[in-house]
Design a protein around this ligand. Structure first.
Ligand SMILES: *Cc1c(COP(=O)(O)O)cnc(C)c1O
Length: 232
């Protein structure tokens, strides 16, 4: 049995160290415990240790976990979202990190309008332009944001990226810098209904570098819950 408490303490210490390196406050960074594939009991254990932000990448799994876990958990949808599943999570998520098309945004708008709620989102940018990844290209970001900004039931709060899988986290520093710069550039345009308060970047392999480069949310799965074992 893995020691979740030990893992969490280690992650917490690393976050503090990275904040210190960058002259930032610990309170500027939110830790999202990425609990995908992990059983309810493990989430409850982590919850009891303090974290209130949990990330999932599948709609059904997230909904099942929401039903049984404490109501003050803030749920983050971090995975690719199919339009036909949007209706199940509207009004239930703290933040949808993975909006990467106008088509998806329009469906979120439609469902949010039905329920008369405003949905907070991030726009996912494929900063390294990896073929295997979702997210839009850097050059398309501003134009997509301008279009989404016109949708009244959606509030854009920032950007999200999934950096490449690398052995050495330093290799991703350049990408974290690029997306941070992109968010500064977008912010400077003062688009109505668009804020650039959140930068969701950094995972188990590279969250310290991400924090040093300005991440306000890090998404840590393996570092807290251990390796994931996918079943068929
Ligand atoms: C699974 C996942 C994570 C967490 O990855 P780890 O390497 O286990 O920390 C973070 N972000 C997204 C979008 C994910 O799908």
């Amino acid at each position: 049995m893995m020691d979740l408490q030990e893992n969490l303490q280690q992650v917490e210490a690393n976050i503090c160290k990275a904040c210190e390196n960058a002259g930032r406050k610990r309170s500027d960074v939110t830790l999202i415990a990425v609990s995908k594939t992990k059983p309810i009991e493990m989430l409850q254990t982590v919850y009891d240790l303090g974290p209130r932000d949990f990330g999932e990448n599948k709609v059904q799994e997230m909904c099942e976990k929401m039903e049984v876990l404490p109501k003050d958990i803030r749920w983050h949808m971090i995975g690719h979202l199919q339009t036909n599943k949007v209706k199940y999570i509207i009004g239930k998520t703290e933040l949808i990190h993975s909006v990467d098309s106008l088509h998806l945004a329009k469906e979120i708008e439609k469902q949010a309008a039905k329920q008369n709620v405003t949905v907070s989102i991030l726009v996912e940018v494929n900063i390294a332009e990896e073929e295997s990844k979702f997210g839009i290209h850097k050059e398309e970001t501003i134009s997509l944001i301008r279009q989404i900004a016109a949708l009244p039931h959606i509030q854009i709060l920032g950007l999200m990226t999934i950096a490449p899988f690398v052995e050495n986290p330093e290799d991703n520093r350049t990408y974290f810098r690029q997306i941070r710069q992109l968010s500064v550039d977008i912010d400077a345009q003062n688009i109505d209904n668009v804020r650039m308060d959140i930068l969701s970047m950094g995972m188990t392999g590279d969250y310290m570098v991400a924090i040093e480069e300005g991440a306000t949310m890090v998404r840590v799965g393996t570092g807290i819950f251990g390796e994931r074992h996918y079943q068929k």
